[in-house]
Design a protein around this ligand. Structure first.
Ligand SMILES: [Zn+2]
Ligand SMILES: [Zn+2]
Length: 394
């Protein structure tokens, strides 16, 4: 087999395999027996992957690129890929080593294995034994694409966005199933996100989202631990096993206080809502202009969303991205905000019973300083209720 080492997460030599290290001064083992701390993943072969972005020295904030990137070439059948889902259809086995050149234009959205996947997906020969790879990163890295060429989620149609989300669910579900069986584990860490624009970490300009699913004991960072632990804290504090802050917020926007007694000024922060979702500016934003999407029905995981929720999410995502475009354009230059952004699906990891209510954060790139790197802390200049006003203005 002549697949270059590491391509599509296929490794022959254990020495080349990605691994993680935890910061020894900020990692603990929690009550579930998993590590929680700062994680650095080393993926040495990833360093040589190409970056495909046009030269852009203009002041122009509009992003638009020609349709000649690697993803367009895969879709036209000019480059090989391991296709995991085609629209609502299941593709190759998630651990397949068969890449193919196929014309995929007739599908509006697909999922493929990440060519420069950050973890090992398939192991060969002497690396096959799992106890040899305990400290290595294993799992599946997936790229989800709309086959038409777009740079941002503000340009897509709702129909294509629905198709992208549906094909993402199929690829995630199958990969989770396969990893559970192969590694005989119930616990998986799922990271699902969009990087939109070069400064947000996208190496290819063609709009795409990604899912990293880890099957080894990668544990959690402190951020995930926060999201997973808070529901239990809230229930205890409110002395109510059924309490969920997000569900409260959906039905009661007037004078809503959270369990630590903050008045959440919900009404003023709402930018948009439909039957399935509520879109609001974040109460304590990580970057100016941060938006947060909350499903109205209590749901813990992205792949558990039903078709109606997916349709409404697609609409809300397009509205949210346009609202953020507008805010970034109008924001004072001293805010150092860029159109590039990340979209983060904050959800319960597989195998946890946290009763977490999933959230989606849309966070623009903004220059930050030392204080903000030192802590999960930030200094903002604008209140989210005022940001929402600008986003909503006709
Ligand atoms: Zn493209
Ligand atoms: Zn809830």
């Amino acid at each position: 087999m002549d697949i270059p080492e590491g391509y599509w997460g296929i490794y022959k030599d254990k020495e080349n395999m990605p691994l993680e290290r935890f910061d020894p001064f900020r990692t603990i083992i929690n009550e579930f027996g998993t590590k929680v701390g700062h994680i650095t993943q080393f993926s040495p072969l990833r360093g040589i992957r190409p970056f495909e972005h046009r030269e852009n020295n203009q002041e122009n904030t509009e992003i638009s690129s020609p349709a000649d990137d690697s993803f367009c070439k895969i879709i036209r059948g000019d480059l090989p890929a391991v296709v995991l889902s085609l629209g609502k259809q299941v593709g190759k086995h998630p651990l397949s080593v068969k890449s193919e050149k196929t014309n995929l234009c007739k599908y509006s959205a697909i999922s493929i294995v990440n060519l420069f996947t950050p973890m090992a997906r398939v192991l060969y020969e002497h690396t096959q034994s799992l106890d040899l790879v305990q400290d290595k990163s294993v799992g599946i890295g997936i790229v989800h694409l709309i086959t038409n060429h777009y740079d941002t989620l503000s340009e897509t149609s709702i129909r294509e966005t629905v198709d992208l989300l549906l094909t993402t669910q199929i690829a995630q579900k199958n990969s989770i199933q396969v990893l559970k069986e192969k590694y005989n584990t119930n616990r998986l860490t799922t990271l699902h996100f969009f990087n939109i624009g070069e400064e947000a970490g996208a190496s290819i300009c063609h709009l795409h989202s990604q899912t990293y699913i880890y099957a080894n004991d990668i544990g959690h960072g402190w951020t995930s631990l926060g999201f997973l632990s808070v529901p239990g804290f809230h229930k205890k504090k409110m002395e109510n096993e059924n309490y969920c802050l997000a569900c409260e917020l959906v039905k009661n926007r007037e004078k809503l206080k959270d369990p630590i007694e903050q008045e959440l000024i919900v009404e003023e922060r709402i930018v948009f809502e439909n039957e399935g979702w509520i879109l609001l500016t974040a109460f304590a934003p990580e970057r100016d202009g941060q938006l947060r999407l909350i499903p109205k029905k209590h749901t813990s995981k992205f792949y558990e969303l039903d078709e109606k929720q997916i349709y409404d999410l697609a609409e809300a995502l397009v509205v949210a991205n346009k609202a953020l475009d507008k805010f970034v354009k109008m924001a004072h230059p001293s805010m150092n905000l860029l159109q590039d952004r990340n979209i983060l699906f904050r959800q319960e990891n597989v195998g946890y019973n946290s009763d977490m209510h999933m959230l989606i954060d849309i966070i623009p790139i903004q220059r930050i300083g030392g204080a903000e790197i030192m802590e999960t802390y930030r200094i903002a200049t604008m209140f989210p209720e005022d940001v929402a006003k600008i986003m909503k203005e006709e």
